[in-house]
Design a binder for this molecule. Structure first.
Ligand code: AMP
Length: 299
């Protein structure tokens, strides 16, 4: 039985940052989100991979308690190639190869259908909508997206946003999607839709949470060792919903805690390439950094 369905990409990434370079390593929005969520609850992935995807990665996900029955097989895995300059808040895409994703039809395993929590990680918004429609009675839908889909599928994206309870965007995407330079205006535009909460991630500068009349500002963690921020957004979203699925509490106070757990896991993720750092952290590391976040806020 899974607590949480995550639809998104399972990818092979090639990227370069000022601190190194990797080729065809495991990546993808659903990969990062499910690993982050697995610290708190039991996720199941909906996605597609190709014959070129190394089997040991699937084995690793299963060892973490992540259900991969919903990962279909196609010809070639989704691939993303990008780079970061010294300002590592923004990934520059060199190439996106959709490959198997182009003909992917969402197929939901029977034991996913009663899940109460859905995370729509970054993937084609039409597939995000199909995932929502395949789950019997979802109680909470959290959604992420990125500039690629805002540019290519804006209309479909707005339809999916209209079904989401919480949307998670980075600051640039929020400005682009709601066509405003002002983040408060962007958040208010989202809150006029079905959305109950909007979270705007500001990379290393933290995250903002907007609900009806309230506003919370989670600090960024002062990291000295940032190697690769790929997957930080997905790790943030996965940890956030994983924590909410574990605690089953959607109060404002608990949402704030979920934002901080999201920030904690995302900050760890940036410390190494691909999923290397997330593989190594333990619950006590998470709790220690959570405490540091709390202390950073006291004055
Ligand atoms: P993030 O750094 O959290 O925004 O996400 C990075 C991950 O997103 C990488 O591992 C990529 O494989 C994946 N990715 C890149 N472009 C896309 C896209 N257009 N749709 C879905 N996933 C993507």
């Amino acid at each position: 039985m899974i607590d949480l369905v995550i639809i998104g990409t399972v990818a092979l990434d090639s990227l370069e940052t000022p601190f190194g370079k990797v080729k065809d390593v495991i990546g993808g929005s659903a990969t990062y989100a499910s690993i982050a969520a697995s610290f708190f609850s039991k996720p199941g992935i909906l996605s597609i991979i190709g014959k070129d995807f190394p089997k040991q990665y699937i084995k690793y996900l299963n060892e973490r308690g992540i259900n991969t029955k919903g990962i279909m097989s196609g010809d070639k895995t989704f691939r993303w190639q990008g780079f970061y300059e010294f300002d590592m808040n923004e990934a520059k895409t060199i190439r996106t190869e959709l490959n198997a994703l182009e003909s992917y039809k969402v197929e939901v395993p029977e034991d996913y259908k009663n899940a109460k929590y859905i995370f729509l990680a970054n993937i084609d918004p039409e597939l995000q909508l199909d995932a929502i429609n395949s789950i019997k009675q979802p109680e909470l839908i959290v959604m992420d997206t990125m500039n690629f889909w805002i540019e290519h599928k804006r209309e479909q994206l707005l339809k999916t946003i209209d079904k989401a309870d919480i949307i998670v965007l980075n600051d640039g995407e929020a400005r682009q999607l709601f066509d405003t330079p002002n983040l408060v205006t962007a958040a208010n535009s989202a809150l006029k839709l079905h959305t109950k909460a909007v979270i705007i991630k500001k990379g290393e500068h933290g995250a903002l949470l907007f609900t009806d009349n309230k506003h919370f500002n989670a600090p960024g963690y002062p990291l000295e060792n940032i190697k690769d921020p790929t997957g930080c957004g997905d790790s943030f979203g996965g940890a956030l919903i994983g924590y909410l699925a574990k605690t089953q509490d959607l109060s404002e106070t608990n949402l704030r805690k979920a934002v901080v757990y999201g920030s904690v896991i995302a900050s760890f993720n940036a410390e190494d390439f691909s999923i290397e750092r997330l593989r190594k952290i333990k619950h006590q590391d998470i709790e220690k950094r959570f405490k540091e976040f709390r202390e950073m806020r006291e004055f």
